[in-house]
Design a protein around this ligand. Structure first.
Ligand SMILES: [Zn+2]
Length: 251
């Protein structure tokens, strides 16, 4: 069975994304990797962009419409395909790595023996409240004037709560308290994992850093700006804060 990707987008036909036929010849295959899902082996294939009869879907747009099990498969497939593509050679001695070993979940260097495991970049995302308002920020990279939560990558040596405090301090200049874990979401763009939190304002006035965050403010439920996509963890945290319960998929 095969799952196909083209330029990071998953290929579908009539809503399906797992196929038992080989659709593409060697000449258009960039890389491929065999993965195991619930005892079933599936080949994940990355093709070179070209005219074909498949629909090309950004995974972000599937978050609110696909079942959690399917999203987990697709997220793992995309993450591992990218890792395979960007880890062909040993970073220590430069030799070509062995094929991915499904059982051991790694690639071994045939020359120096170094074991290369799939890498993942954890990132925090936090919904901050002040009374009945929520902090929403416009990142310079956001399209459609969307406002979302503060997020950022965990640095080596940091606890997740420390990342929350540091990122909030750096991006909007305030202090937070009562940091609580919310939920998580695989974020394979290309290899992240979003770890969601809620927190409360403790002190300070909002000062957007002007580099990543162009604008930020406290918003009440009746005056919300454009929000992130349904099904994203950002949106689920926002919904949770205003409705007091888990809303959406991937709980
Ligand atoms: Zn090596």
């Amino acid at each position: 069975m095969n799952i196909y990707f083209e330029n990071g987008k998953i290929l579908t036909k009539n809503g399906g994304y797992i196929f038992d036929k080989d659709f593409f010849g060697k000449e258009v295959i960039k890389n491929k990797i065999n993965l195991k899902f619930a005892e079933k082996e599936i080949t994940i294939i990355n093709i070179i962009p070209h005219e074909n009869s498949f629909e090309k879907n950004d995974i972000r747009n599937l978050l609110s419409v696909m079942k959690t099990e399917d999203l987990n498969i697709i997220s793992r497939a995309r993450h591992m395909l990218e890792w395979d593509y960007s880890h062909k050679f040993c970073g220590i001695c430069g030799k070509k790595l062995n094929e991915y070993n499904i059982k051991q979940n790694n690639k071994v260097c045939p020359e120096c023996g170094y074991i290369h495991y799939p890498k993942m970049a954890p990132a925090i995302i936090v919904g901050i409240t002040k009374g009945d308002k929520i902090l929403l920020a416009h990142n310079v990279n956001f399209k459609n004037n969307v406002y979302s939560l503060i997020a950022g990558f965990v640095e080596p040596g940091e606890k997740l709560e420390e990342t929350v405090r540091r990122e909030v301090g750096e991006e909007v200049g305030i202090k937070v308290k009562n940091i609580k874990y919310f939920s998580s979401q695989p974020w394979p763009f290309p290899d992240s994992m979003m770890i969601g939190f809620t927190a409360e304002w403790e002190s300070g006035d909002i000062k957007p850093d002007g580099v990543e965050i162009a604008d930020a403010g406290w918003y009440e439920v009746s005056k919300l700006p454009n929000l992130p996509l349904n099904g994203s963890i950002a949106r689920r945290i926002i919904n949770f804060i205003f409705e007091g319960k888990m809303v959406g998929k991937n709980e």
